[in-house]
Write a protein that binds this ligand. Structure first.
Ligand SMILES: [Fe+2]
Ligand SMILES: [Fe+2]
Length: 381
């Protein structure tokens, strides 16, 4: 017997997943805001059991210690980045990400090459800005895990991830500041998600929200941009970040597998709902609200078309290529009458369920793996 299912209203604050008014009703972050305070409701746990009881996590810890790099000296910061030339070259390969023919009745119908290029430049800045804010979320979440996880091996590993995330915040902040000349505030939907993750008192929810959902998406997004951008500094920066990020997702999958295997249906339902909420919040953020607005486009005019643009949809679904197999591995898809599977079907991302999960995949992302047989697997391969 499963508990009474909460509906979308309870989980998302709206009944209809594509309710445009409700999505747009969440206010953008104040551009002048410097500090954002979130209540962290969790207990800090000491453990006196220092025995090696989780060898897989200890192995990851050993990998992390030798996988460290120095953002200051290992990346070619002297690279001259001409963002206009970069985006023109990147768009020549990928297009704008939109099917322009669908926008005949919208304010962007008259956009020519110049406007789309400008949108691409702003979009790149916005995307890297969201990576930056997400990295700070990871830094805070992982510091929290050091305190809240009851396992010795996990505390050791998480401490290395704190340093990794500091480095990631460092490289994205520096790239935005030195090469792109500024950044966007955190997107409202991403901010809500990060707040929810940090707010939750249950230690496994930090892992689920951050290591599985946010970092799972990041790993796919970094992989896609790494593979497609022509800008050499960004390419290398992403390659380095991904070598860490794959370990982080593996940390989430390995830790949660053990916990979730022993959970009741009711406990699993909470996790399924949280995974669903996270997936929708991330999807809402892909609307790039602030970028359209900075270009003078009213979101209400453009959003119905963007939501139904298959080109855009294709790029967006690829971002779930790591999340879905990892949720499957954790048993989240099919518990409680396939609850999360149904939701992922509605979101049109279930097709990734049998793609490789990240529990073991991290070795292929290691910095010395480029010469190995299986170099950097990314979304789409
Ligand atoms: Fe990171
Ligand atoms: Fe990470």
């Amino acid at each position: 017997m499963t508990i009474v299912h909460n509906d979308n209203e309870t989980i998302l604050g709206r009944n209809e997943i594509n309710d445009i008014d409700a999505i747009l009703a969440i206010p953008n972050t104040d551009p002048n805001e410097v500090e954002h305070i979130v209540k962290n409701n969790a207990d800090s746990i000491f453990t006196w059991d220092y025995s090696l009881s989780r060898p897989a996590l200890r192995k990851l810890y050993e990998k992390a210690k030798v996988g460290q790099w120095n953002a200051t000296t290992d990346l070619p910061w002297t690279t001259d980045v001409d963002i206009e030339r970069t985006l023109a070259a990147d768009q020549a390969i990928l297009g704008t990400g939109f099917d322009a023919s669908l926008y005949a009745d919208t304010p962007v119908a008259k956009w020519g090459e110049k406007e789309w290029l400008n949108f691409g430049i702003e979009g790149r800045n916005w995307q890297l800005s969201q990576f930056l804010h997400g990295e700070q979320g990871a830094l805070i979440c992982t510091a929290k895990i050091v305190e809240t996880v009851p396992w010795y091996d996990a505390k050791l590993y998480a401490s290395t991830q704190v340093v990794d995330e500091a480095r990631h915040v460092e490289v994205f902040a520096r790239y935005l500041n030195e090469k792109l000349g500024g950044s966007y505030q955190v997107n409202a939907h991403l901010r809500m998600l990060l707040d929810d993750i940090i707010n939750d008192s249950r230690w496994d929810m930090t892992y689920l929200g951050m290591q599985v959902m946010v970092e799972g998406l990041a790993l796919a997004a970094f992989g896609f941009l790494h593979q497609t951008t022509t800008e050499p500094l960004l390419k290398q920066l992403l390659r380095y970040v991904m070598s860490d990020e794959a370990r982080h997702v593996a940390f989430g999958v390995l830790s949660l597998k053990e916990v979730y295997d022993g959970m009741t249906d009711a406990e699993m339902k909470d996790r399924q709902e949280f995974a669903f909420e996270a997936a929708v919040r991330m999807r809402d953020r892909f609307m790039q609200q602030e970028v359209w607005e900075r270009q003078g486009v009213n979101m209400k005019d453009i959003m119905p078309v963007v939501l139904n643009d298959p080109t855009r949809g294709m790029f967006q679904t690829m971002l779930f290529s790591k999340i879905v197999p990892n949720c499957k591995k954790l048993g989240l898809l099919d518990r409680n009458d396939k609850w999360l599977r149904r939701r992922f079907e509605e979101m049109n991302v279930i097709q990734f369920e049998d793609w490789v999960d990240t529990g073991e995949e991290y070795n292929a992302f290691a910095l010395d793996a480029d010469q190995a047989e299986h170099a950097v697997p990314v979304a789409g391969e």
